[in-house]
Design a protein around this ligand. Structure first.
Ligand SMILES: Nc1ncnc2c1ncn2[C@@H]1O[C@H](COP(=O)(O)OP(=O)(O)O)[C@@H](O)[C@H]1O
Ligand SMILES: O=P(O)(O)O[C@H]1O[C@H](CO)[C@@H](O[C@H]2O[C@H](CO)[C@@H](O)[C@H](O)[C@H]2O)[C@H](O)[C@H]1O
Length: 534
């Protein structure tokens, strides 16, 4: 997991002319991965990263500040790799330069420079790859770049497909440049690395990472504002742990289809997605088991803290999106009910509802359907949440809620005309999850897996109807029970929790759509109304 070479780190805007930075002001907010649409946000150079022996690639780590953004340790830092080419004359735009991410050409004190987005440029890919891969040299990395291309679409980061890259278990790589820099070890590096090391095949194999070494002079590397202005590189990279991760390299899953595209295609044909959804449910149950085994269990759920986070997230959503106002009373009532229940359970049992590492931002787009089964991607958690919250152990039911929401999205985006398409897929997903979870838990306890007594039935139908807000039913009570088995959590409490987690996810989605895709905001908004109204 250690990178072959350390990157060089300098404070502020070293290696970057002010004219280059100014060029970014208009360009950054237009990028899909730019995390804040808020007007009036300024970019302050925090650190500059270069690669040993590479003159033309400079990575700017910019701290965002302005209205609505926290200061200090919660400050948002974005990663902007740039390829700087000295140019005799300003060049005209061509199709080629656009494909390579041309940002512009500027005159600086040291001459005219053409600036490209490193996320779209082979020179920057080469630099990241040489750093992430322990044994690769220059020419070898060039071969690995043959046919490489950035993937387009609704991405929070920048991913580059490397079809010609060979590694010890096959061919093809995926380089992901993390656009929001999370201080401390990044979950999208640490979790796939741990699962790969544990031999779990449900994630694309982790191959390497690029890390930003911690400066030895900083007592608490999580406080970015405390990083002192230093100019000499030798102060960096001697403390062991990373200050942050910048990129992750994994195997390319061959012949894979994005789970959301697959589900939307089924929905568009009104085709039964049940079998695929059940397989996916089983894959998620195995993921939860693998996470418990690879990273260890978490502490017990603490009701006040857990509810505090749910309530704060809801308050933030209500503050951000005025259309949510009519739902405020319903959300408060639901959360009050969950809170009272959790407190009663904690008093009765002494607080044994177990938390564990989870995915944290699970949706169909994080699942690839491949000939080798479902592969789960993207462990960075919800990109709009603070990192500490994203990596904290949580209830596996949160991931279950995420997939239920995503199947609802697939029905809406795929324009299923069958009103039961989503509910049927959701029930199948829950069934697949329940079955596999039951087996896995039995294996963990060293007992023979027995079929759950709580199969689909009228009581499950009602529980599911409440959790999903759909017209059709399913065995949510059993899923909820299975997901929390080994604890003293009763099924009715688990059902209520799942309902609250579906609402929490839908509120997050309303904010996400409000910021990024207002035309889709009606999808989660309708879900909040439906679940609260059921
Ligand atoms: N290892 C991989 N093999 C094949 N495709 C992948 C791989 N990793 C990611 N993808 C594709 O790239 C997309 C974006 O990846 P993801 O890690 O979710 O990035 P982001 O955080 O930017 O959303 C995924 O939805 C998937 O279609
Ligand atoms: O970029 P990420 O994949 O980390 O996640 C963010 O973007 C997702 C959209 O690309 C967003 O997911 C929402 O939309 C999906 C359809 O595009 C849907 O399947 C999900 O259920 C829904 O949450 C995700 O919330 C956001 O964090």
């Amino acid at each position: 997991m250690s990178p072959a070479r350390h990157v060089h780190v300098s404070p502020g805007a070293a290696h970057l002319a002010p004219e280059v930075l100014r060029l970014l002001d208009a360009w950054l907010p237009e990028q899909r991965w730019y995390p804040v649409p808020t007007e009036g946000v300024a970019h302050e150079p925090w650190l500059t990263v270069t690669f040993p022996g590479v003159a033309d690639v400079v990575v700017a780590l910019l701290r965002l500040h302005g209205p609505g953004l926290a200061a200090g340790s919660d400050a948002l830092v974005i990663q902007v790799p740039l390829v700087l080419t000295p140019t005799a004359e300003p060049t005209a735009d061509t199709a080629d330069t656009e494909a390579a991410g041309l940002i512009g050409t500027v005159a600086t004190a040291s001459g005219t420079v053409t600036v490209h987005d490193g996320g779209a440029h082979p020179a920057a890919w080469h630099a990241y790859l040489s750093t992430a891969l322990p044994d690769a040299g220059g020419p070898e990395v060039c071969d690995k770049l043959a046919g490489a291309g950035r993937i387009s679409g609704e991405q929070s980061n920048t991913s580059v497909v490397l079809p010609a890259m060979t590694h010890d278990t096959g061919r093809g790589g995926m380089l992901k440049i993390l656009r929001t820099v999370a201080l401390g070890p990044h979950p999208d590096v640490v979790i796939p690395a741990a699962l790969t090391q544990a031999g779990w095949a449900g994630v694309p194999r982790f191959l390497g990472a690029v890390e930003l070494p911690a400066p030895r002079t900083v007592a608490d590397p999580r406080e970015p504002r405390d990083v002192p202005p230093r100019t000499e590189d030798p102060s960096w990279g001697e403390t062991g742990g990373p200050l942050a991760h910048l990129a992750v390299l994994s195997e390319l899953v061959a012949d894979a289809t994005d789970g959301f595209e697959l589900a939307c295609a089924y929905a568009a044909r009104d085709e039964d997605f049940g079998e695929r959804a059940a397989e996916l449910g089983a894959a998620i149950a195995h993921l939860h088991a693998a996470l418990r085994q690879a990273l260890g269990p978490g502490p017990a759920l603490e009701p006040a803290g857990f509810m505090g986070v749910l309530r704060r997230r809801a308050a933030e959503a209500f503050a951000d999106v005025p259309d949510l106002a009519p739902q405020r009373a319903g959300v408060t009532a639901l959360y009050d009910a969950v809170s009272a229940r959790l407190t009663a359970v904690a008093e009765r049992t002494g607080g044994v509802v177990p938390l564990q590492p989870i995915h944290g931002d699970l949706h169909l787009g994080q699942a690839l359907h491949s000939p080798g089964g479902w592969k789960i991607l993207d462990f960075e958690g919800e990109p709009q949440r603070p990192v500490a919250e994203r990596v904290a152990p949580d209830l596996p039911l949160r991931d279950v809620a995420g997939m239920l929401r995503s199947l609802d999205y697939a029905a809406a985006v795929g324009q299923a005309t069958d009103p039961h398409w989503a509910a049927h897929a959701q029930v199948s997903f829950l069934e697949g999850y329940r079955e596999a979870q039951w087996r896995v838990r039995a294996e963990e306890r060293g007992t023979r897996p027995e079929r759950s007594a709580a199969g689909p039935g009228p009581e499950g139908t009602e529980g599911y109807r409440q959790a999903s807000g759909e017209a059709h039913g399913g065995p949510v009570h059993a899923v909820a029970g299975a997901a929390t088995s080994g604890s003293e959590l009763d099924v009715a409490t688990a059902e209520l929790l799942l309902r609250a987690l579906v609402v929490d996810k839908a509120l997050y989605e309303v904010v996400y759509e409000f910021r990024h895709r207002p035309a889709w905001m009606h999808i989660p908004l309708a879900a909040v109304e439906r679940v609260l109204g059921s």
